[in-house]
Ligand binder design. Structure first.
Ligand SMILES: NC(=O)c1ccc[n+]([C@@H]2O[C@H](COP(=O)([O-])OP(=O)(O)OC[C@H]3O[C@@H](n4cnc5c(N)ncnc54)[C@H](O)[C@@H]3O)[C@@H](O)[C@H]2O)c1
Length: 457
């Protein structure tokens, strides 16, 4: 099938590459010339394990191409996936300007029936706005061409995006029940035919329920994390090991083990903005989502927990102290720095006068770009942070190690080596990577999340 992907970011590029991988003829559009130049030149603009091979294979096979040519992109696909960003607006609601712009382009250039697929995470009712934008453009052209808008939210995880797309737990597709909507359902069945035959379940539903399902999923996952973080903070006070508790409850099939790790807060391009957007939707309908407001508040607080532990040990003035910081990306296996907890901690440490030597396996370039924006009001503070090419080099002569992202290479670090390289044997671990008893036996001072009973007794 001929498929167009509008927006070649994390979701669009993975979607395009994976749909080409199952045999479709895919055209990826982006307005960002730099991104398209990198892709046309054989590069990949993001870090995502395994994606480079899928892209290269399908470009070579002639099933995947990249362009900024809007008219050609609309002409290409009977199916038009909208995968542009939906960043938070100032009031926390999803900013739909890119989605609407993409829809307008479809209305402007289409010359035959199109199935328009909202793959971006968008609030309930967005499909109606997309339909209205396309219809307006068709009216301008005095055209009565038919189209149908469907909702097919994406559940992939950065860092495992290719595997998640190729082997999804489920596919959620919302479509209308009129003739165009049912025609779109048939088209979507064909798009995902090879996924369906490999046993992955498609949940067909109405469009609004599909839009809501994506927010409900992210809200639930964010809730589990904030729930455990809140308990972890209490665990520190009452003398309980939160890891033991996690295992104790996660083994209950009614609860399940996923998304129960306590830590220094969730970040990324999805949970923070999607929780906020759902809260905002509820407010628009005069409804209060009290649990989700608390989830958001707890997470904002949690991003300050490592800083609070550091200030509790050294006082508010950190001048003369140097911290090795391991992990910048919001989670492992990605270079995505959106809403990363490291950004909050770096703000706190640099503004308190500390020096930082930071290391991340892939996110250093992206970190430098976003930190320049974060410190636009005080660029001179950025002189206090440098970036090491290696995690061990970052440790040299540092007063403490601070861990913010749970990269595997940190988890398997040789703690003898860590201790030898540090000036003071102190670790602040925002991701509970180590066995506290093993760390203690090496006479390393260990500050983790919700594990004080094991580390400070
Ligand atoms: N990143 C994730 O892990 C993830 C997972 C599931 C869902 N989502 C959702 O998918 C959507 C996209 O997220 P992302 O992380 O891929 O964003 P992204 O910022 O990485 O990519 C969006 C791309 O769209 C391009 N774009 C903007 N307007 C355009 C237009 N009119 N025409 C063509 N291209 C245009 C941008 O230049 C950018 O390259 C969001 O709604 C997000 O919430 C993201």
């Amino acid at each position: 099938m001929k498929i167009t992907i509008i927006g070649t970011g994390y979701v669009g590029l993975v979607t395009g590459a994976c749909l080409a991988e199952v045999g479709h003829d895919v055209f990826c559009l982006d307005v960002d010339q730099r991104k398209i130049d990198i892709l046309v030149g054989g590069g990949i603009p993001i870090h995502e394990p395994g994606l480079d091979e899928v892209v290269a294979r399908n470009v070579a096979a002639g099933r995947l191409r990249f362009s900024t040519d809007v008219a050609a992109s609309v002409a290409h696909g009977e199916v038009q996936f909208i995968a542009v960003g939906t960043p938070p607006d100032e009031d926390g609601s999803a900013d739909l300007q890119y989605v609407v712009a993409a829809a307008r382009n479809i209305g402007k250039y289409m010359t035959s029936f199109k199935v328009v697929v909202d793959k971006s995470t968008v609030p309930v009712g967005t499909a109606d706005r997309v339909s209205a934008a396309i219809a307006e453009e068709l009216n301008v052209r005095q055209s009565d061409l038919d189209f149908a808008v469907t909702s097919n939210p994406e559940f992939l995880k950065e860092g495992a995006a290719v595997a998640d797309f190729m082997k999804p737990d489920r596919l959620v597709i919302g479509h209308g029940n009129d003739a165009s909507g049912l025609r779109a359902q048939q088209v979507m069945r064909e798009v995902y035919a090879s996924f369906e035959t490999s046993g992955h379940k498609i949940y067909w539903m109405d469009v609004r329920s599909a839009e809501f399902t994506k927010y409900a999923a992210n809200a639930m996952l964010a809730t589990r994390i904030s729930f455990m973080n809140e308990l972890a903070n209490l665990a520190d006070k009452v003398g309980v090991d939160i890891e033991a508790v996690r295992q104790g409850i996660g083994s209950d099939p009614r609860i399940g083990p996923g998304f129960l790790m306590a830590g220094c807060g969730y970040g990324g391009s999805c949970f923070p903005k999607d929780v906020q957007a759902l809260v905002r939707t509820s407010q628009e309908y005069g409804h209060e989502l009290r649990i989700l407001q608390a989830v958001e508040d707890v997470n904002e607080n949690q991003k300050h927990v490592l800083g609070a532990k550091i200030f509790a040990k050294y006082g508010k003035n950190l001048q003369g102290l140097k911290f090795a910081l391991w992990g910048l990306a919001f989670k492992p296996d990605t270079d995505d720095m959106r809403a990363a907890s490291s950004r909050v901690l770096i703000q706190e440490l640099l503004r308190a006068g500390a020096n930082i030597v930071a290391f991340d396996p892939v996110a250093i370039d992206e970190a430098q770009r976003v930190l320049a924006l974060d410190f636009a009001d005080a660029p001179e503070l950025l002189k206090q942070i440098t970036f090491a090419a290696d995690q061990n080099v970052a440790l040299l002569a540092a007063d403490a190690l601070v861990i913010v992202t749970e990269w595997k290479t940190f988890r398997t670090a040789d703690l003898h080596h860590v201790k030898t390289n540090l000036k003071q044997a102190v670790i602040f671990d925002g991701r509970n990577l180590f066995d506290p008893c093993a760390v203690k036996s090496l006479e390393i001072e260990y500050h983790a999340i919700g594990r004080a009973v094991l580390t400070q007794s």
